[in-house]
Design a protein around this ligand. Sequence first.
Ligand code: BEZ
Length: 201
Amino acid sequence: MKLYHNPASPFVRKVRVVAAECGIADQLQLEEVVLTPVNTPDQLASDNPLGKIPALQLDNGQCLYDSRVICEYLDAEFQGDLYPIEGWQRWQVLRLQAMADGLCYAAVLVRYEGFVRPIDKQWSQWIEAQLAKCRRAIAQLEQDCAQYSDQINIGTLSIAIALGYLDFRNPDEAWRDYAPSLASWYAGFSQRASLQQTLPA
Ligand code: BEZ
């Protein structure tokens, strides 16, 4: 399977973490792409019209996107057992995933605003609004931490990836100062092999 990939993308990392948790990391052939919202490589655009990563080209020629679809596909095909099948726990885990992905989206928008957009068009209010989303999400994760801190599933893995991306691109955010329980959980959970093997670069 060919994974369109960039080592900095938290959404790509999520796919790689799920592949590692499923024990099939070595089946992913990583095809590195350099892209921004205004610059899409042709091959990627032909496989994913949205021009986004991750995109996973399967051996049957089909291409899957986005990260949520790919992760659920890998889990189902390779028995990852990362998605509770039924009951309220399923919705809690999916909500955790949504929170973590939303945190990543906001942090990626901050990155694009500061790194891709021309300086004379940058909008500090935009950056502040995205960072405010990140801070509210972290405050909520801190509040709920005891409910999920003993779980290994798509929700908790997604949170670890989001926090890792924040540390990578926004090291000054100092989220640990106002989220000590989350910080303590993350210090232990982030030692999982799947997370250590996929640290952003
Ligand atoms: C980044 O450099 O932070 C990045 C790269 C690709 C996708 C998302 C983020």
